[in-house]
Write a protein that binds this ligand. Structure first.
Ligand code: HEC
Ligand code: HEC
Ligand code: HEC
Ligand code: HEC
Ligand code: HEC
Ligand code: HEC
Length: 444
């Protein structure tokens, strides 16, 4: 009988090992996925790249100028204008048929000056739009020309696409496509894993069946000695397994480890609030404003490219539009009430690093050229904002280890990159090569 027990034990251990190996692989995959995601969105901002192109190509109708105009329009004008639809300002379809370039350039640079000059058309449209002033833009003549080229190109298309005025929402396209393939790969591995498990189960069942058939065949034979008969008659004795010290020890060990693991995870998660999604006092939707109406993030979060913090917009910024739009909506009336009472709207804060860590937005958005979505996720699709990233120290450091620093055309880095390449040419010059993982960069 001892030989039986010894034989079932390795089988049990093997099964245990296999299931753990499978679990381990699944969780390793989870951990591996996170840094990869952060690698995706690191491409520098589209508008920043488009600006020089605008200065270069100024001739109406050429593709580069249209593309530059597209980017400039989305960055500066799309929050108030669409091609086929009245938003805050008029629809701009066929604008160059209505107005000459000689009128448009001074208008876009400073519309109130044109109105003040008594220009008949300007005064008329200004009054028509309840004397709402269009902001002044410090754009060059070439940039304005490229916007007009873009509007001409859009006007040439038939006016069917009404809802998203310029086709495609910001942040989509490149950004969603890339993580899509990532998710595809992960799914593929999952399927592979499931197939492997199924194959294993089928194998085990087949082996059991074969063993039983062979036993049946053996039972029919008469020339068996005592040992063989004993082997034939053996039954797996589960009570023996249950009584075995080794098995009991293992079970207790696994239980203790699991409890320990859970507690450590729990302790590590203290103060973390990934996914936090409080209800806000006004049903403000980023999906509607930043997604459908393509209002630039920095139109509201005005300091995000300039300073440490991204500000939350004051009610006055809402009033730029909501003095005209949806004035009867109960949600919008809450804005009016706040202004009447001269009290700020009490938005609930979502992201909150502990005071011991220093984080600076302009360092990441302006200098590093990171997209908001890399850290905040698909904000332009969120009805209600939630905390997308973990905001742990590991999260910061992982990205600093993996993100190549954008050093091109920046004289400050030339010497550093040279030194780095000489010592360590094989690995790219990342944020951490520049000291981005030193404790004092984030704690002081
Ligand atoms: C904050 C909202 C806002 C922004 C941003 C804005 N506009 Fe306007 N725009 C208006 C309003 C409102 C009018 C109507 C005239 C008025 O009230 O001054 C207007 C009028 C115009 C007109 C005249 C339209 C017509 O039918 O004759 C043109 C052209 C124009 N805008 C172009 C632009 C361009 C190009 C940009 C981006 C560089 C831009 N606007 C950005 C609000 C805006
Ligand atoms: C029309 C104004 C407006 C625009 C445009 C806008 N936001 Fe906001 N944002 C707000 C307001 C108001 C809040 C506070 C209420 C809330 O959380 O929804 C906020 C909150 C946030 C928060 C959470 C802040 C916290 O409490 O931790 C993030 C992150 C954010 N916005 C990112 C973005 C990004 C990224 C974009 C561009 C894709 C963007 N916002 C565009 C007005 C705006
Ligand atoms: C640049 C223009 C603009 C700014 C700035 C703006 N909004 Fe809006 N808002 C809109 C547009 C356009 C709509 C959609 C109106 C529609 O559906 O007809 C809208 C819709 C809304 C709605 C939905 C109203 C309803 O009942 O359907 C709410 C709530 C709202 N905005 C709140 C805010 C708040 C709060 C702010 C300031 C943080 C703000 N908005 C700033 C343009 C703006
Ligand atoms: C490198 C990651 C990263 C990027 C890129 C980034 N943010 Fe943030 N954001 C954070 C972190 C971390 C916080 C929490 C800061 C804190 O609590 O001090 C935060 C907080 C915020 C807040 C709440 C107010 C504040 O400053 O604490 C807003 C609003 C916001 N971000 C908007 C934006 C917008 C808009 C962009 C793009 C222009 C952007 N963020 C890009 C990481 C990032
Ligand atoms: C998605 C990637 C990413 C994440 C996440 C991220 N960073 Fe960064 N960080 C960068 C990049 C890129 C730079 C380099 C910007 C530059 O100088 O060109 C940088 C630079 C810095 C610097 C300046 C380092 C130096 O050498 O001067 C500090 C400090 C910093 N980050 C803090 C943080 C903190 C704190 C967090 C987490 C709350 C964080 N970062 C999360 C990408 C990231
Ligand atoms: C890129 C930025 C960054 C760097 C570099 C960095 N930290 Fe942190 N650290 C953070 C952030 C963000 C937090 C807060 C996140 C949290 O609560 O998990 C933090 C939290 C901590 C905490 C508190 C942990 C807790 O749970 O309250 C300690 C201790 C700490 N860091 C030590 C260090 C040491 C030691 C180093 C150098 C080896 C270092 N950090 C380097 C960003 C950084």
């Amino acid at each position: 009988m001892t030989s039986i027990r010894l034989r079932t034990l390795p089988h049990f251990l093997l099964a245990l090992f296999l299931s753990f190996a499978a679990l381990d692989r699944a969780s390793a995959q989870d951990v591996g996925a996170a840094p990869d995601v952060s690698k995706e969105g690191v491409a520098p901002g589209a508008t920043a790249a488009a600006a020089p192109a605008a200065a270069a190509g100024a001739t109406t109708g050429d593709a580069a100028a249209i593309a530059a105009g597209d980017a400039l329009f989305k960055g500066n004008c799309a929050q108030c204008h669409a091609v086929n639809e009245k938003v805050v300002g008029p629809a701009l379809r066929d604008i160059s048929k209505r107005r000459s370039l000689a009128w448009l350039i001074p208008w876009i640079k400073n519309s109130s000056k044109v109105v003040a000059s008594g220009d008949e058309y300007a005064v008329k449209i200004f009054n028509e739009y309840q004397k709402q002033q269009m902001p002044s833009f410090q754009l060059s003549d070439a940039e304005i020309t490229s916007i007009v080229s873009y509007l001409d190109a859009e006007s040439a298309k038939p006016a069917v696409a009404v809802t998203p005025p310029t086709g495609g929402k910001p942040g989509e396209g490149g950004e969603t496509a890339a993580p899509g393939t990532e998710a595809g790969a992960a799914k593929y591995v999952d399927i592979l894993l499931i197939v492997l498990v199924v194959v294993l189960i089928v194998l085990v069942v087949t082996l059991v069946i074969i063993a039983n058939i062979m036993k049946d065949v053996l039972r029919g034979r008469k020339d068996l000695d005592g040992r063989d008969v004993e082997m034939l008659e053996q039954r797996t004795d589960w009570t023996q397994l249950y009584k075995s010290k080794v098995v009991r020890g293992l079970a207790v060990g696994i239980f203790v480890l699991a409890v320990l693991y859970e507690s450590v995870q729990g302790v590590m998660a203290v103060g973390l609030q990934q996914g936090y999604q409080p209800t806000q006092p006004i049903a403000f939707s980023h999906k509607l404003h930043a997604g459908e109406h393509q209002i630039n993030c920095a139109y509201c979060h005005t300091s995000v490219y300039k300073s440490k913090s991204a500000n939350i917009p004051s009610a006055n910024i809402c009033m730029n539009c909501h003095s005209q739009i949806k004035t009867e909506s109960p949600e919008i009336k809450k804005i009016y009430r706040a202004i009447q009472k001269n009290q700020p709207i009490q938005w609930v804060r979502i992201h909150n690093l502990p005071d011991l860590a220093y984080f600076n937005h302009s360092q990441h958005t302006q200098v590093g050229g990171l997209e908001c979505q890399t850290c905040h996720g698909p904000i332009q699709n969120m009805e209600v904002v939630y905390q997308y990233s973990a905001l742990t120290m590991g999260w910061c450091i992982n990205c600093h280890r993996e993100t190549p620093l954008n050093t091109k055309g920046n004289g400050y880095y030339d010497k550093l990159v040279q030194l780095h390449d000489k010592a360590n040419g094989a690995v790219p010059f990342t944020v951490s090569s520049n000291g981005g993982t030193e404790c004092s960069k984030c704690h002081y």
